[in-house]
Ligand binder design. Structure first.
Ligand code: KG4
Ligand code: ZN
Length: 340
């Protein structure tokens, strides 16, 4: 019997230092994530210089831990997958250099991975991917509808024209005085409130698959400031619920329309905002109603945010296709999907 591919994944594009060992592209043997959230909290967002320093301190510890937990040595690993971009350049460099060093010293193939491809491949731990499929990628830096006809074949059919969904969540959370990262806080608050403010649903019925969240963010901030100037304090729970209703409405409506037009077999959620309870619930409801024949896949909460298991999963496909990098591999902070 053919031995299953074992890939070590490394991720350091933003504020998590992560390493994981994945077998056959679908089985997690270990998945270690060292989060830096506490260090960035007091600044209200990720400070790139601090992120880089943390990655330097953590990277070898996290890799050792991932190998130990998987009960494996580097010699038993078939390849080393690493996020080459997009992300913070100083942060990416730490992972890329660690991967290159290990690949060189242990004579292993080096596999560059696009961070967003990784987020999409987190779904492969749930079930096997069936093509054609559509992935809604919603994270701190990205909001994209990605159409895939086959493995490693990504076509962006729609994307945000300004802020990413997660970015808008974090910004409005900040104006409410909630700690970074605010997305999850707004999500919790929204459960206790109602959509009383009816914020705009930007571009919802324009026929495109693009998004825009900066107008919504401004509407939220302006409303809050105007009310405060009148010495009124709107209910944070209603504000959160109204904001979330607008974001979720647009995301779900456009995604379902695209799934219908592209006649996909599966619909995948991916990225940090895929952890949002409001989005998960609405998407399940609407899919049952509107596209009952399409299989909806949602990763577990632990695999929505940044992790290295998703990088190893995506890296396994690239490994089997022979898509290797060499020791000239560099961090690519603005890496586009088209370059994969
Ligand atoms: O994918 P991710 O971990 O990092 C990036 O690649 O950007 O996404 C992080 C983003 C942050 O903006 C965070 O606030 C948001 O995901 N997020 C959420 C929730 N959990 C994380 N946004 C809304 N609701 C949540 N439950
Ligand atoms: Zn991410």
């Amino acid at each position: 019997m053919k031995k299953e591919t074992i890939i070590l994944g490394i991720e350091s594009s933003c504020d998590e230092t992560a390493a994981a060992v994945v077998k056959g592209g679908t089985e997690i043997l270990s998945n270690v994530v060292a989060s830096q959230i506490e260090s960035h909290k007091r600044f209200g967002g990720v400070v790139p210089e601090i992120a880089s320093r943390h990655h330097v301190e953590q990277i070898t510890i996290v890799i050792d831990e991932a190998l130990k937990e998987a009960n494996i040595t580097l010699d038993e690993v078939d390849g080393i997958a690493v996020t080459e971009g997009p992300g913070l350049v100083g942060a990416l460099l730490i992972g890329v250099n660690a991967a290159k060093t290990l690949a060189f010293s242990h004579q292993k193939p080096l596999i560059p991975v696009h961070h967003i491809a990784g987020h999409i491949y987190a779904n492969r731990f749930e079930t096997e991917m069936k093509f054609p499929l559509l992935a809604l990628v919603v994270s701190g830096g990205h909001t994209e509808l990605v159409y895939m006809k086959a493995h490693n074949d990504f076509e962006i059919i729609g994307e945000t024209r300004d802020d990413a969904a997660g970015e808008a969540y974090d910004k409005v959370a900040r104006t409410l005085g909630l700690p970074y990262p605010g997305g999850v806080q707004i999500d919790h608050l929204a459960r206790e409130g109602e959509d009383t403010f009816h914020f705009p649903r930007a571009m919802m019925d324009d026929g495109s698959y693009d998004f825009s969240f900066s107008g919504l963010k401004s509407a939220f901030i302006n409303l809050l400031h105007n009310m405060r100037q009148k010495n009124l304090e709107p209910s944070p729970a209603d504000l959160a619920a109204s904001f979330q209703a607008s974001v979720v409405d647009v995301l779900v409506t456009k995604t379902i329309a695209a799934a219908k037009e592209y006649q996909v077999k599966q619909l995948l959620l991916a990225g940090g905002v895929a952890a949002n309870q409001g989005l998960r619930e609405r998407m399940i409801q609407e899919c049952e109603l509107e596209i009952p024949d399409v299989e909806l896949i949602i990763p577990p909460l632990s695999l929505c945010g940044d992790n290295a298991a998703m990088i190893a999963a995506s890296g396994t496909v690239a490994y089997l296709e022979g898509k290797f990098g060499d020791l000239a591999l560099n961090a690519k902070p603005g890496l586009l999907f088209e370059e994969v």
